[in-house]
Write a protein that binds this ligand. Structure first.
Ligand code: FES
Length: 103
């Protein structure tokens, strides 16, 4: 499945990410900047935070409680927030677009 990573500047890169990887791993393995993923995928650091493109929000599996607890309720784009380490790549996610956040 192809995943597109958009930078805050507007530039974007698209990569083929293996099924079963997380969206975060796909970014790290392809040297996408803005995804330091400091905790290595444990939902503990929030440095893998992304904004999911609006049309994709309802197409992703729901957040788990641990992920939910790391997200900022006050963010105006809260509905689009995900920890990319908690989103597993599946065939259904082909074409997913996420914007990395500038931390
Ligand atoms: Fe740390 Fe996702 S990599 S929360």
């Amino acid at each position: 499945p192809k995943i597109t990573y958009v930078q805050p500047s507007g530039s974007s890169e698209t990569f083929e990410i293996p099924i079963g990887n997380s969206v975060m791993q796909g970014a790290v393995n392809n040297n996408v900047s803005g995804v330091p993923a400091e905790c290595g995928g444990a939902a503990a650091c929030a440095t893998c935070l992304v904004y999911v493109a609006p049309e994709w929000v309802s197409r992703l599996p729901a957040r788990q409680l641990l992920e939910e607890s790391m997200l900022d309720n006050d963010d105006p784009k809260y509905a689009q927030l995900r920890l990319s380490c908690q989103v597993k790549v599946t065939e259904e996610l082909d074409g997913l677009v996420v914007e990395v956040t500038a931390l």
